[in-house]
Design a protein around this ligand. Structure first.
Ligand SMILES: Nc1ncnc2c1ncn2[C@@H]1O[C@H](COP(=O)(O)OP(=O)(O)OP(=O)(O)O)[C@@H](O)[C@H]1O
Ligand SMILES: [Mg+2]
Length: 219
C-alpha cells in the first residue's frame, strides 16, 4: 500500500491557547518500504502516526491510502478500512489480560471476519512463541509480550504497519530482534511501514530515516 501525507498540519486546541504540533508535513511511503521517524520528545511523532492511521484527523492536509482520501470516508468506512488495512504496534504491548497468546491473535481474526487462522500459528512459530500459545500475558517476558503484539498487528495481513516506539520497553538486543522480525515479515509480504523510534540501534533495519523537529519534517 502507498501512504501519502499531503501538507499535514495539526493544531491542538487547549482551552484558549492553540498548539501547532505538525506544520505542513508531507511524506510518501511505498509498498515494501520501511520508514523510521526520529526526533525529540514532543516534536509531533505520535501525532503524525495517529493521523497516518486515521486515529486522529488533521487540521489541514490530506491522508491518502492507495490514492483514496481518508477524509472522504464515513466513520464506519474508516473503521472498516483501518481494521482491514492497517496494523498498529504501540509502546506497551496492550494485550488483553484474560486471553491466552493464541486467542490474542484469534480475536482479531474473528472481528475482521477472517476465517483462516493458519497464519496465526505460522507467525507465532516464526516469532519463537510456539511454546507460549497457552500462556496469559502476565506469564510472558516483556520481549515475548511485544512479539505477541507484533504478531497480532500482522495477523490480518494489513498492507500498512504503524509502530510507535515498539522497542521502548525492551533492552537493545531484544529490541533489535523484535524490529528484525517485523522488518523481515514486512519485506516478505510487501507491506509499507512507519516506525517511530528513539533507538539508534534499529535504524539500519529501515530503508529511510526522517527527523521531526518542532512539528516540521527534515529528511
Ligand atoms: N491531545 C492533545 N492536546 C494538546 N496538546 C497535545 C495533545 N497531544 C499532544 N499534544 C502536544 O503536541 C506535541 C506533540 O505531541 P506528540 O505526542 O506527537 O509528540 P512525540 O514526538 O510523539 O513525543 P514523545 O517522543 O515524547 O512521544 C507535544 O507538545 C504535546 O504536548
Ligand atoms: Mg510519542
Amino acid at each position: 500500500m502507498t501512504l501519502v501525507l499531503n501538507s499535514i498540519s495539526k493544531i491542538y486546541q487547549d482551552g484558549m491557547s492553540e498548539f501547532k504540533a505538525l506544520d505542513n508535513v508531507s511524506l510518501e511511503v511505498k509498498p515494501g518500504e520501511f520508514l523510521a521517524i526520529v526526533g525529540p520528545s514532543g516534536s509531533g511523532k505520535s501525532t503524525m502516526l495517529s493521523i497516518a492511521g486515521g486515529l486522529l484527523t488533521p487540521t489541514t492536509g490530506d491522508v491518502l491510502l492507495d490514492g483514496e482520501n481518508m477524509a472522504s470516508l464515513s466513520k464506519k468506512q474508516l473503521t472498516a478500512k483501518r481494521l482491514e488495512s492497517i496494523g498498529f504496534v504501540f509502546q506497551a504491548a496492550n494485550l488483553i489480560p484474560y486471553l491466552k497468546v493464541k486467542d490474542q491473535l484469534q480475536v482479531i481474526n474473528v472481528i475482521s471476519g477472517n476465517k483462516a487462522d493458519s497464519y496465526g500459528a505460522e507467525l507465532l512459530e516464526h516469532f519463537g512463541l510456539e511454546n507460549r500459545m497457552a500462556n496469559y500475558p502476565n506469564e510472558l517476558s516483556g520481549g515475548e509480550r511485544q512479539r505477541v503484539a507484533i504478531a497480532r498487528a500482522l495477523i490480518n495481513d494489513p498492507k500498512l504497519i504503524l509502530a510507535d516506539e515498539p522497542t521502548a520497553s525492551l533492552d537493545s538486543k531484544r529490541g533489535r530482534q523484535v524490529v528484525e522480525l517485523l522488518a523481515n515479515e514486512m519485506k516478505a509480504r510487501g507491506k509499507a511501514g512507519i516506525m517511530v523510534t528513539h533507538d539508534e540501534n534499529v535504524l539500519d533495519l529501515c530503508d529511510r530515516v526522517v527527523t521531526i523537529r518542532d512539528g516540521k519534517l527534515e529528511e
